[in-house]
Design a protein around this ligand. Sequence first.
Ligand code: FAD
Length: 308
Amino acid sequence: MNPYDVIIVGGSNAGLSAAMTLGRSLRHVLVLDNNQPCNRQTPHSHNFLTRDGETPAAMAAIAREQVLHYPTVKLQTATVVGATAVEDGFEVTTAAGQVFQSRKLLLATGLKDEMLPIPGFAECWGISVLHCPYCHGYEVHGQKIGLLANGNMAAELVNLIYNWSRDLVLFTNGPADFTAEQAAIMHARNIQVVEMPIAELEHHNGRLYAVRTTDGASHALEAAFARVPFRQHSDLAAKLGCTLTDMGLIQATEFGETNVPGLFAAGDNTTLMRQVASAIANGSKAAAWINKELIQQGIYSQVVALQE
Ligand SMILES: Cc1cc2nc3c(=O)[nH]c(=O)nc-3n(C[C@H](O)[C@H](O)[C@H](O)COP(=O)(O)OP(=O)(O)OC[C@H]3O[C@@H](n4cnc5c(N)ncnc54)[C@H](O)[C@@H]3O)c2cc1C
């Protein structure tokens, strides 16, 4: 018999939300996490009802405490390096060489953002160089904001961030690549476009105050938004044969089902809607579906059976 009904790889917003739903379904769950959530550098997390403005670390601590209230849930710090489908389930291996088996497997492993190769960029990421206006736009509304992007992505970003500030400077980091229509919109909105390559983001402890271009000019700013490339935080989905979308996200249904039977995915690794609220909702829905699948297979909670 598999010791665990479900193993969850990734114990952040999506993974712990799933663990709570499964714990409350009396399922034996093992959460394996190596504590590298994508938002770890951001000082305050916003736009999650009841925890607006809380630090990510405090939110994670509350989540862990509440999930561990359920005695059938175990949480272990570990990096999962291997996973394979075996008879009746899955087997995962950790970097320390531990091997665990479960009937169902949930990947809540998140995404890894690639830092732009600009000095200062990584230090400012999540502090004053921002990814999402719904998470951080309110805090910088009306300020002088830089946008680090080019092409269609830049045009889209300008349109979006214009809602929070009219004082925008677009840094294309090389020749601008816009259609005539996009250029006309920027001109009409008085958006300054700087094509000179960026030399450095000038900052104090991650707080951006200027973008210095290679001609030596220093463009004063209070914050910036950037679109960065991302990839799956873990290669487990690929190893297990999951279909990925063109953007590199795990293809999953609304309830987290992947193309591999018994394998589920939830949270950032499946969606561009990267927000705590979405990850928590995804995790909870996937967990309910996992429990439903187990019930459909005639596998009921062992806890109740022991009490009978
Ligand atoms: C800089 C930044 C700031 C943000 N600010 C906000 C905000 O203010 N408000 C908001 O709503 N959203 C914000 N977000 C988005 C939010 O953080 C994510 O949507 C959310 O954390 C996604 O949760 P997740 O559980 O899917 O992934 P993550 O939180 O990224 O967690 C994935 C977990 O899986 C673990 N993991 C991965 N691979 C393995 C492995 N092989 N073995 C073991 N563990 C593994 C990681 O260590 C990590 O703990 C921000 C994102 C970024 C990048």
